[in-house]
Write a protein that binds this ligand. Structure first.
Ligand code: ASP
Length: 586
């Protein structure tokens, strides 16, 4: 037997017991004639003791142990003299009688402790060592707990877990596909699913009624902290439902997860916010509602009421009020100006106004506006003495709102309003059906082409498609989209029309989605669903800045797995078998 107990298990009540433990050497400390070794495994750390006077040879061998050696010890549980309150096993130690090195380790490239000296790159290269660190391991434990609770909840609601294939055709979630060449079908490619969207809809046609799957999805898009080329969704679909049914069931799931994972009881229904409202007040379809600082539109107050041509020419002027920030120094204001001018944000400049203690307003555009107008500004912003008003303007309302959104989040950070232990959830609803793509020069589906338009907006499909709203909903928590879905089209004619508006020719629609359109002709039930982003949920609960930290083997920002050194080139034989010729264009 390798071990009788784990390294996280023994307590004072076990004192006197003979035990066998196995694990990794975390640290060796020599103090006079005594040697202490911290032995670690997934479950914790137990202190081992060797006494030179009792067994000099054994103690000498312990002194030679290196970090991360794998060892097995036999010994007796003993009450510690100086107890360690920070360790669950801190009241005991093992007086070792036998020591066996099961496998020696090279010196690890970084310290395997919560506070490691290893930088990102080296930790990713040796991810199997990084995962030995308790703080990283905990994230995977949390992830496991979450998936178990997801299964428990959905099973209790009658959902079936069904796997769908990974080698499929293109699924339109708006990103590029990862493709896999087919050896048996020369010149043809599979696409990895961007989501199982069409397949889960087919499962509804098949009468499965309630489906879920914890499933890998693949999207070839530019990466950010909350994106990975492959990520995991809790993908769900239900038959005979309306938007309200889906929302209520998945709100229930969010509450279940908060209760079981974080011990937080969310009793109130989550607020709902129409997409247009979210854009107007927060400049984002995933507003962080942990704090206020909502936008105030200032066109009436500042356009044409002074000589400031920037505002007079603007199509949108909006401001936020940062409470208590009137004392910001010139330097702090310059930093904020630099922040909004960054290329990723792209504002041209920042106008500010301080509300003084006496109620008067001093602004960076004082010379263009009378104090009377500035007082109107103060009132519009509901600003009090000591507040700082920050204003952006532009000729594209949507773009300017997005810039103001970044500024608002930055101010939220600066003012400590984005507490990771506070959770603010809401549903964003009534999304537009389409958005205009500059790149493609056509309307694109905002969610995906299978989303049902709002019944009352269906007539607009012919006259003003850009105004059509969808039965689509996103769940947002702390400014992160944690899930989203829609009621689907189940009528082949409506689906046909949708493809047309999206610029598909009949042939292309048939070629790409003929299987679905055809299935709809055989009695498709009304259906709808949603997918939760598992990685995002776990990082939210674990308070992580990046979803990478809750994925066992993540990719870096260039989409590389630095440990496996993937992607990599294929050898000629493989290329030949796949009928592939590589021709890299500059
Ligand atoms: N397939 C959608 C997505 O990946 C989710 C859904 O509509 O259920 O975003």
């Amino acid at each position: 037997m390798f071990r009788t107990n784990t390294c996280g298990e023994l307590r004072l009540a076990d004192a006197g017991k003979g035990v066998t433990l196995a694990g990794w050497v975390q640290r060796v400390r020599k103090m006079g004639g005594m040697t202490f070794v911290d032995l670690r495994d997934r479950y914790g750390i137990t202190q081992l003791v060797f006494n030179e006077e009792v067994d000099g040879e054994l103690c000498a061998r312990a002194n030679k142990l290196g970090r991360e050696d794998v060892v097995q010890v036999k010994g007796t549980v003993n009450e510690r003299e100086s107890k360690n309150k920070n360790l669950p096993t801190g009241e005991i130690e093992i007086i070792v009688e036998e020591l066996r090195v099961l496998n020696a380790s090279k010196t690890p490239p970084f310290t395997i402790e919560d506070n490691t000296d290893g930088g990102d790159d080296i930790r990713m290269k040796f991810r199997y060592l990084d995962l030995r660190r308790a703080c990283v391991r905990k994230n995977l434990e949390l992830r496991h707990k979450m998936t178990m609770e997801v299964r428990r909840y959905l099973d209790s609601k009658g959902f079936l877990e069904i796997e769908t294939p990974m080698l499929i055709g293109s699924t339109p979630e708006g990103a590029r596909d990862f493709v896999v060449p087919s050896r048996m079908n020369p010149g043809q490619f599979y696409a990895l699913p961007q989501s199982p969207q069409t397949l889960k809809q087919l499962l509804m046609v098949a009468g499965m009624d309630r489906y879920f799957q914890i499933v890998k999805c693949f999207r070839d898009e530019d990466l950010r902290a909350d994106r990975q080329p492959e990520f995991t969704q809790i993908d769900c679909e239900m038959s005979f439902v309306e938007q309200e049914d889906v929302i209520s069931l998945f709100e229930g799931m969010a509450k279940h997860l908060f209760r079981t994972i974080r011990g937080i009881e969310l009793t109130e229904p989550f607020p709902r916010m129409p997409w247009s409202e979210a854009m107007r007040l927060y400049g984002s379809d995933k507003p962080d509602t942990r704090f206020g600082m909502e936008f105030v539109e200032l066109m009436d107050v500042l356009k044409g009421t002074g000589d400031f041509s920037v505002f007079n020419d603007a199509r949108y002027i909006g401001g936020i009020c940062a409470p208590g920030c009137a004392s910001y120094t010139r330097k702090q204001l310059d930093q904020l100006t630099d922040f909004v001018k960054r290329s990723q944000i792209g504002a041209k400049g920042l106008v500010y106004a301080r509300v003084q203690e006496d109620g008067s307003v001093k602004s960076s555009v004082d010379k263009f506006y009378t104090q009377e107008v500035l007082q109107q500004l103060k009132e519009a912003m509901k600003a009090a003495p000591g507040d700082l008003i920050l204003i952006l303007s532009g000729d594209d309302a949507m773009k300017t709102r997005k810039q103001l959104c970044e500024l608002r989040l930055e101010m939220g950070n600066r003012l400590g309003l984005r507490d990771k232990n506070k959770f603010s959830l809401l549903w964003v609803v009534d999304f537009p059906m389409f958005e205009w793509s500059e790149e493609e020069g056509r309307l694109m589906a905002m969610h995906h082409p299978f989303t049902h338009p709002k019944d009352e907006d269906i007539p607009l499909l012919d006259t003003n498609p850009a105004a059509v709203r969808a039965d689509a909903y996103d769940m947002v928590c702390n400014g992160v989209e944690v899930g989203g879905g829609s009621i689907r089209i189940h009528d082949p004619e409506l689906q046909d029309k949708m493809f047309k508006i999206l610029g598909f020719t009949e042939e292309r629609a048939q070629e790409q989605f003929g299987f679905l359109m055809n299935a709809f002709k055989y009695g498709a039930p009304p259906h709808g669903g949603l997918a939760y982003g598992l990685d995002r949920w776990v990082s939210l609960f674990a308070g992580l800045d990046s979803i990478r930290d809750c994925i066992a083997f993540p990719k870096n920002n260039s989409g590389r797995d630095v440990m496996l050194d993937a992607p990599s080139c294929l050898d000629q034989k493989q290329l030949d078998e796949l009928n592939l010729v590589v021709d890299i264009k500059e």
